[in-house]
Design a protein around this ligand. Sequence first.
Ligand code: PMP
Length: 382
Amino acid sequence: MTEKRYLFTPGPTPVPPEVLAALAEPVVHHRGPDYKVLFGECLERLGAVCRTQNDVLLFTCSGTGAMESAVANLCSPGDPVLVVSAGYFGERWAALAKAYGAELDHLRYSWGEIPTADDVAARLREREAAAVFFTHSETSTGVVLDPQPFAAAAREAGALSVVDAVSSLGAVPLETDAWGLDVVASGAQKALMTPPGLAMTTGSPAAWERAASSTSPRFYWDWEKTRKGQQTLDAPVTPPVSLVAGLDVALGMLLEEGLEAAFDRHRRLGRACREGLKAMGLQLSSPDDDSSAVVTAAYAPDGIDSDELVLLLRDRHGVTLAPGQGELKGKIFRIGHIGYYDVFDIITALAAVELGLVELGAEVERGVAVTRALEAFEHTPV
Ligand code: PMP
């Protein structure tokens, strides 16, 4: 049999057959009536998933492009900004702010620490900022924070709140309007169950006001140009029509499941994954609580390089986990569970980790992880 492949990474994620079928439909012209209907529906569904009444702008790029668009449209060179980082993707906000010549104040936590809104408020009292950039779900560490108090701290200090929700949108609760998040940037290839290539941002009225006066150069990332196009269901550049068709189907599936049901599912998957890894005797590096519903990270046992485990599982068993990034490289491995996952995916991932560790000579009690994970999943009230 041709090797069957399993994808357990927190992006890209497995794509449901319904979405794959939409991707295989004949290509339509992006200025024709068929596309306009599709585009309109997709934008409306995106608004529902982001829980915003404001426009959601759709860009042809990965998540970083949406993040860059936020910096390009909100920051003029020399603007003071605050970046909160506690991992690999928080650092990306800092790099983007620097690239656009903003005056960067970097509230940097060590990787895996959980940033607090109190720290942000205190920092903003020391030094003003035009915008506060932070990460909802830090995919490199598994930490998911509550964006609401961060947005409140920013608002109180007269700053915009700009959230990286690349790995959180559609997986964990995110209320763009109700929580007063000025900008939410995300991507399609994670909990939105679509192949990579599309990213989106929201913008509050305050964010749009700022965008009108920002002097940073931009063309592809220009929000106003994109919004104008979208208002007539057009786009300033040729959109990836097939990906938009796929995203539309994926968003329809997510909304049909119901966002609250999807959040519950992700919470239970996280619980099952954590309990399974712990039953195997592994130490978690992501938080051991329900906030951590995006990706579960664990240390490899002493004497085992986690990169070696990831490679072995991929090459010998067709199972792809995510390695540790940056400072955590070689130490941890990560199991993603956002998007098109159910408990049997978690069971497969855990069984693979167990097998891989045994093959690498680790002492692991056999069979307990799967049982424990199923129990944790079943006994979690919905
Ligand atoms: N932020 C977070 C939290 C992410 O998980 C990722 C992707 N792993 C990104 C930003 C960057 O997105 P992309 O790779 O799609 O540009």
